[in-house]
Design a binder for this molecule. Sequence first.
Ligand code: NDP
Length: 332
Amino acid sequence: MTDNMQVLLASRPVGWVTEENFKIVNAAIAKPAEGQILVRNHYLSLDPYMRGRMNDAKSYAAKQEIDQVMVGGTVGEVVESKSPKFKPGDIVVGMYGWQQYGCSDGADVRKIDVSRVPMSAHLGVVGMPGVTAWVGLLDICQPKAGETVVVSAAAGAVGSVVGQIAKLKGCRAVGVAGGQAKCDHVVNELGFDACVDYQAGRLNRDLMAATPDGIDCYFENVGGEILDAVLRRTNAFSRIAVCGLISQYNATEPYGVKTFQAILTNRIKVQGFIVSDRMTLWPPAMGELAGWVASGKLKYRETVAQGLENAPKAFVGLLKGQNFGKQLVKLI
Ligand code: NDP
């Protein structure tokens, strides 16, 4: 074994994150104590929430400390075990962060079955992002067959699953994504009914054309102008699951929503949620998602950066929309 490469937070970004906000170091690989396991991470998940953790601000989770390993989900193989609960070769999902090896007592990891769904997908379509889509759509929005569901960041890890579940439930699925290539992917590969390219400069007009019967459910990943455009198209008693507001994460001035009044006039139910608050829903969600993936009903795409040293660049790219589907880093 060699060193354990790690990526630390070097400084807090003001506005946009840059690669200079990170620092790459080589640490010694930890030696597991009695009751502990050593895991070699195969994939690191890059997720928008990491941007929020980089701020020195109060949020639903603790901030990322400077000079500490960046927080992050990982999937990897147990290479050494001093715990009766694990054996070498076990594949586990954990939160070991931006580093090649993780060591813990195993209470924070989950053994996974990679016979039906590959290892990497446990960080995406059947992992946290997939569960997020499932919870926000099915538990909060509760769409009925025939209704129109709109999701922003539709070509991303969460959004791509939301639209496909909406289709499985008999709804009209409309995505909002950046650029024609992403919209083509969402419609032609993932089976959405329509997709609006918000970068084309005709957001309100194109959203109106894509939602002839209005909008009953909106799965919010982005905020900003897209939220305003969606609120204008909402039907009475529509539901909005506020999952993320990525357009705001690097903004120094918050966007002021102009159509807030629609929430009153259309009696809209708006609910924010954090998927880690809904742990009882993870097992049924993961089971259903894995079944859909295994039967080919749920498709997914991954954008994979090679090598931990490329994680900072890939993370900046994720926030700028350079990923199709789930953004991962392959570590070995
Ligand atoms: P994605 O894979 O969707 O990647 C992020 C995407 O956001 C980019 O590809 C880009 O797509 C889009 N984006 C970035 N900036 C903007 C902008 N200014 N305007 C419009 N779109 C933008 O990420 P995830 O699927 O992992 O996450 C999606 C959302 O879900 C995020 O807001 C995230 O914070 C949230 N989330 C919330 C959770 C919860 O528990 N509440 C759990 C997991 C995720 P494009 O090219 O189309 O612009």
